[in-house]
Design a protein around this ligand. Structure first.
Ligand code: F6R
Length: 262
């Protein structure tokens, strides 16, 4: 079972993420981070940036792989995931932009871009820590319900719900949200050595309950985390509101030896 940590807010979750990444950076000279866009990881990136600065840690060898990108959207577009990752991760963490990759959504090469991306991740030695958000429908990356749990990086069609959820980044106009994307597959995500999924707010409560305590099903793509040997799911009270075993998760975390980390 994944470890479930119930926190009071996004800042507490961010501190836990930053601590895990700091440990990794101290152990490994060329760490590989798996990166996500969306609102869920923003506090985590902020806390990580603060810790790196406070402890004077050099990040020039850090490599990164983002989960996904819109298909056919100019990478220079402010809402492309390339631009978003640059703004929210590369700049505040002072990473080398050349070492941080985002799937290539160029329509001319999209048929081979997925396999190329998976090969690049493998060549880098795999992802050490993958941060994840979760969609209201249980998606991770852009793997919508019904996605193969063994999938590699590939082109996918976004659901209407995801396009509605993301319209806030496109002038609240759903017609401006691209219809297709290229995303790491669930099989790709499961190869990362440590998965940290963050979810906040009541809107995520149903998806979290299905992810943690439901059956493993491609209908809730995040439920694939149950197959992973090292998955950490960090939620606030609202997102964890429908968990049946909530008291046990709280007790287990409170009684965990500090040296163990997450
Ligand atoms: C982002 C991504 C998506 C989001 C998810 C939740 O790269 O792959 O799976 O993590 O849609 O989005 P937020 O965090 O904005 O609620």
């Amino acid at each position: 079972m994944a470890e479930v940590i119930i926190v009071k807010d996004e800042d507490e979750a961010g501190e836990i993420y930053a601590e895990a990444v700091l440990r990794l950076f101290k152990e490994k000279s060329d760490p590989v981070l798996g990166l996500a866009t969306g609102s869920s990881p923003l506090a985590a990136y902020r806390h990580l940036a603060k810790r790196l600065q406070r402890e004077g840690i050099n990040t020039e060898n850090v490599r990164g792989f983002a989960l996904d990108e819109y298909a056919g959207l100019d990478p220079q577009h402010p809402q492309s995931y390339r631009s978003t990752i640059n703004r929210t991760v590369v700049e505040p963490l002072h990473l080398n932009p050349e070492l941080v990759r985002v799937p290539n959504g160029n329509l001319d090469t999209i048929q081979t871009a997925g396999a190329d991306y998976d090969a690049a991740i493998a060549k880098a030695g795999g992802v050490d820590i993958q941060i994840l958000g979760i969609g209201t429908d249980g998606h991770i990356g852009f793997n919508e319900p019904g996605s193969s749990l063994a999938s590699g990086t590939r082109i996918k069609t976004l659901t209407e719900q995801t396009r509605i959820d993301n319209a806030r980044f496109f002038d609240n106009d759903v017609t401006k949200v691209p219809t297709h994307c290229i995303t790491q597959g669930i099989g790709t995500i499961l190869k990362a050595r440590h998965l940290i999924l963050l979810a906040f707010g009541e809107g995520k409560a149903q998806a979290i309950s299905e992810t943690v305590e439901g059956g493993i099903s491609s209908f809730c793509p995040a439920s694939a985390l149950q197959l992973h040997p090292h998955a950490t799911i960090i939620v606030d009270e609202a997102a964890g509101g429908r968990l049946r075993n909530k008291d046990y998760y709280k007790w287990a975390f409170k009684n965990k030896p500090e040296w163990q980390g997450i």
